[in-house]
Design a protein around this ligand. Structure first.
Ligand code: NAP
Ligand code: ZN
Ligand code: ZN
Length: 350
């Protein structure tokens, strides 16, 4: 099926209109008309080939909210007319230990990501959510709580689960002191989720103009990370720190803020390696981890949690025709706090 989308033809070209082919829905497939798609910094890294793994043409987008238009005969969870979500994953082997443990993102045969992954159906690559529709196996389609604004819910599908999963994995709970480094798309979700879990939340930002926002979003304290004296006040005090920074930065400055046995989890993926001073781990038996999105079961749990706590993203809704400008602004940190594309704009004359 011919499907309108926006694609990029090389690392140095802008995103532009592109017609892609979607498969005819199979027995277990859900066909979704895309209403909204969030713009993740990973889209920018991929489009510009900053991680050196992009195949072109590339259609990004993995924060997808849409309306089901048809379902295959074996589909049980969805029917035409339902609102549904698709995040970063569209398939996996489903039989390896990690898949059986609901950690499909670590599938031993290779998780199939929503874009730029091998697509067994087409023989080419998967194409993401900057498009008018998508066809996904029901096992990788999420149910969306009815009380949430749809456009503001789209970013939960990546920014939400990427921050929720490590907060839960590291047992963040009431009364703990939690740091969030970088107040962007992921960071602002991390603040809301850590707060909802009952933590005392401290935001570290390089942007003085985000201080008021950080407090409004739920932070108990905000630290300007370039202010050494302000940083020093927090030495040895954090149970957990979530680092969402998308560029090279000094993680040692944050590791030394952890208390004994504290953990810093890195979710931001700078294209350059970070320097580690191991003494910041050794003194205090601190640990450094990474985390990759979350499995399907946990993504549904996160969406339900957000429904219960009325948590969505703070967004700036844009037409797809503004996508290249939005990328430039995102790289400059000029977004409060997630761009979401209104896919109705794709139907307009281009
Ligand atoms: P974003 O909206 O651009 O936020 C990143 C934030 O990092 C910025 O708002 C800024 O916060 C801070 N920052 C940027 N450049 C900096 C620099 N040079 N030094 C210090 N701080 C800087 O991006 P995002 O969409 O949240 O994504 C963040 C990162 O996570 C990206 O690398 C993305 O690819 C990655 N990611 C990882 C996963 C995963 O599964 N692990 C999933 C999704 C995204 P302040 O202005 O507050 O300093
Ligand atoms: Zn993402
Ligand atoms: Zn697997």
């Amino acid at each position: 099926m011919k499907t309108k989308s926006y694609a990029v033809a090389s690392a140095t070209k802008p995103l532009a209109p592109f017609n892609l082919e979607r498969r005819i829905p199979g027995e277990r497939d859900v066909q979704i008309e895309i209403l909204f798609c969030g713009v993740c910094h990973s889209d920018v890294h991929t489009v510009r080939d900053e991680w050196h793994g992009t195949t072109y043409p590339c259609v990004p987008g993995h924060e997808i909210i849409g309306r089901v238009t048809s379902v295959g005969a074996q589909v049980k969870k969805f029917k035409a007319g339902d609102i549904a979500g698709v995040g970063c994953l569209v398939d996996s082997c489903r039989t390896c230990g990690n898949c059986e443990g609901h950690l499909e993102q670590f599938c031993e045969k290779g998780a199939i990501f929503t874009y730029n992954s091998p697509d067994k159906h087409s023989g080419g690559l998967t194409f993401g959510g900057y498009s008018e529709s998508i066809v996904v196996d029901e096992a990788f389609v999420l149910s969306i709580p009815k009380n949430l604004d749809l456009a503001a819910t789209a970013p939960l599908l990546c920014a939400g689960i990427t921050t929720y999963s490590p907060l839960r994995h590291h047992g963040v709970t009431k009364g703990q002191k939690v740091g969030v480094v970088g107040l962007g798309g992921l960071g602002h979700m991390g603040v809301k989720l850590a707060k909802a879990l009952g933590a005392h939340v401290v935001v570290f930002t390089t942007s003085l103009n985000k201080v008021e926002d950080a407090l409004r979003l739920g932070a108990d304290e905000v630290v300007h990370s370039k202010d050494e004296a302000a940083m020093k006040k927090h030495l040895n005090s954090f149970h957990f720190i979530l680092d969402t920074v998308a560029a090279k930065h000094d993680i040692n400055a944050y590791l030394i803020l952890l208390r004994r046995d504290g953990n810093l989890t890195q979710v931001g993926v700078p294209s350059e390696a970070l320097d580690l001073d191991v003494s910041s781990l050794i003194f205090g038996r601190r640990s450094l981890s990474g985390s990759l999105i979350g499995g399907l079961k946990e993504t549904q749990e996160m969406l339900d949690f957000c429904g219960q706590h009325s948590i969505t993203s703070d967004i700036e809704l844009i037409p797809i025709q503004m996508i290249n400008e939005a990328y430039d602004r995102l790289v400059k940190g000029d977004v409060k706090y997630r761009f979401v594309i209104d896919m109705a704009s794709l139907k307009q004359a281009q």
